[in-house]
Design a protein around this ligand. Sequence first.
Ligand SMILES: NC(=O)c1ccc[n+]([C@@H]2O[C@H](COP(=O)([O-])OP(=O)(O)OC[C@H]3O[C@@H](n4cnc5c(N)ncnc54)[C@H](OP(=O)(O)O)[C@@H]3O)[C@@H](O)[C@H]2O)c1
Length: 260
Amino acid sequence: MDSLDALFSLRGHRGLVTGASSGLGVECAHALAIGGADVALVARRADRIEKLAAELKKKYGVHTYATACDVTDDAAIDRALASIRAELGEIDILVNNAGISPTGPAEKFPRKDWDATIATNLTAPMVLSQKVAARLIELGRPGRIINITSVLAAHGSAVYRLSSYTATKGALANLTRQLAIEWARYGILVNAIAPGWIPTEATAGGIAKPKWRERMETFTPMARLGKPEEIRGAVIFLAAPAASYVTGSTIAVDGGYQAW
Ligand SMILES: NC(=O)c1ccc[n+]([C@@H]2O[C@H](COP(=O)([O-])OP(=O)(O)OC[C@H]3O[C@@H](n4cnc5c(N)ncnc54)[C@H](OP(=O)(O)O)[C@@H]3O)[C@@H](O)[C@H]2O)c1
């Protein structure tokens, strides 16, 4: 690997990004396309992912495909994976980004919100990882899985009341380690990215409250929120040849939040 291209090119690969209809998922999709990978996009809002697919194709000259999918529905995942395979070929980079973060006091946190968070933030990444990995193992091909966790995988939230979110992100961080161990023998590398506070639809409400925003910035050594596009470099690295000896790791993209 003696050139930038050899280290970081994703050409010849096909990536799938979940939750690509807004926020960090859009940025993960840009990252893979910048690297030269063909990109499949899934989320429930079809209009948004179709628009992004067209934008990525035009801007980066890669093949793209968008298909609406609720990642909590196993049958919908099967349909999406089959159509992606038919349109783009075999996925060898999976970015489990889709996530929800319902808030509420732990003592009366609604069971339906708890269940929905487990289904979206934990079970869906497991099911998608299983299905993608099983196929790669069957074909004898290597691959990459990138789970988007959070600084709140390792800490409670100092801003929001987020019991289901922190529980699922902590679990996803440890699932990342377990899958890394089990699948290293197949050349399937599994890592995570833990973002700090970044403005997206999910965080807009809190950021709009001056006191909450101040808390987010105070707890961040760089004293500012992240920009959504600041996640791109970590995605490219973890998908690229440069990360060939990296598995079971988490890259924090958090302005130093976890350094305290
Ligand atoms: N922003 C931050 O500060 C921050 C910090 C740490 C970690 N994160 C993590 O980063 C990831 C992206 O968050 P974000 O901030 O970009 O939030 P966002 O803008 O609200 O995006 C969430 C995405 O998840 C998708 N999604 C949710 N439920 C889904 C389902 N059942 N099926 C398919 N897609 C689903 C949404 O698409 P549809 O609604 O169209 O289905 C949307 O594209 C999440 O895992 C989040 O926990 C964010």
